[in-house]
Design a protein around this ligand. Structure first.
Ligand SMILES: C[S@@+](CC[C@H](N)C(=O)[O-])C[C@H]1O[C@@H](n2cnc3c(N)ncnc32)[C@H](O)[C@@H]1O
Length: 293
């Protein structure tokens, strides 16, 4: 008897991606979403796409490539492709040194600037938000700083990602202890409700300020439609792009930011060789980029 498990093992063993197939798929992925898969990551693409081949009943990666390009299934499959090629690793209170910058004055200075203009509107954009831990952390920080005054401010957080699966998960707002591993206990007690089996629900008061939406950072027209921001977070996303794509994305962020606005990128990422238009501001263990006003 051949179980589906044995069949899948057989498929796993038999189907390999040759260099031509890899080249086609790599270029296709890059053209669609700007994610660049280097040669030494071919095995990763092969592993991640094998399930798609199995699901679609295709025999080779070449067939898969033609299916992606076909009218027949291409559009739906493109989203499925995005789901398997994106890496969604994230957690609450990730890179605390950067968040401290926000807590210890940066947010207050943005608020003071707005008050000078007679406005209480602030717009924050979390680009590449994954399952929501980053934008929810930002909203928790706002609550911690503003307390009862939070309701006096019209601060919105837009949170976008390419993957529909992570956005659906973010909208549910349910998390494991692992996602909260670097979150202070007092914060967990204030903003989460335990629902058993080591799982937690984020409080509705935090949820209501975040607007999740699908976005492709490779789509300039889509980026131009995003409301202009005072602060952009795009952490641990640029690492998946090549230099040309990084330049395009950073230039879109520059256009989106209001004068005097701030850009946070990942702790291990840099704008070196990518852009000189921002002013880097150095803090202990963190750099924040400012669009001069
Ligand atoms: C490693 S996660 C980073 C999550 C969060 N910003 C953090 O630092 O914890 C990278 C996210 O970027 C998203 N992403 C990758 N390419 C993208 C693109 N072209 N447009 C929008 N999001 C993209 C992925 O789907 C993934 O959820």
């Amino acid at each position: 008897m051949t179980s589906s498990f044995t069949k899948s093992i057989t498929l796993r063993k038999q189907v390999t991606m040759d260099d031509v197939e890899f080249g086609h798929l790599r270029d296709f992925i890059y053209e669609k979403c700007g994610i660049y898969i280097p040669d030494n990551r071919k095995y990763l693409l092969e592993n991640r796409l094998l399930n798609r081949l199995r699901f679609l009943g295709l025999r080779t990666f070449g067939e898969y490539f033609y299916f992606l390009k076909s009218d027949q299934g291409g559009k739906t499959e493109l989203q499925a492709l995005f789901e398997v090629i994106t890496t969604n690793e994230t957690s609450f209170y990730r890179n605390p040194a950067q968040l401290k910058v926000l807590e210890n004055g940066l947010l207050k200075s943005v608020m003071d600037e707005q008050l000078k203009k007679g406005s209480r509107d602030i717009h924050i954009w979390s680009a590449g938000c994954s399952t929501g831990e980053e934008p929810y952390t930002l909203e928790i920080i706002l609550h911690e700083i503003l307390k009862a005054q939070r309701s006096l401010w019209n601060i919105t957080i837009m949170a976008g990602d390419l993957s529909e699966a992570v956005l659906a998960s973010a909208a549910r707002g349910e998390y494991t202890e692992y996602a909260l591993r670097t979150t202070p206990k007092a914060i967990i007690a204030r903003y989460f409700t335990p629902i058993g089996n080591g799982r937690y629900l984020i409080n509705p008061a935090i949820k209501k300020h975040i607007f999740f939406h699908q976005i492709n950072l490779n789509d300039r027209a889509q980026l131009r439609n995003i409301r202009r921001s005072h602060i952009i977070f795009c952490r641990n996303v640029l690492i998946y792009f090549d230099e040309a794509m990084k330049k395009r994305v950073i230039s879109s962020f520059y256009d989106n930011l209001l004068p005097g606005g701030y850009l946070f990128i990942g702790h291990s990422e840099s704008l070196h060789n990518i852009s000189r238009v921002f002013k880097p501001i150095h803090y202990p263990s963190a750099i924040v980029y400012r669009k001069e006003g």
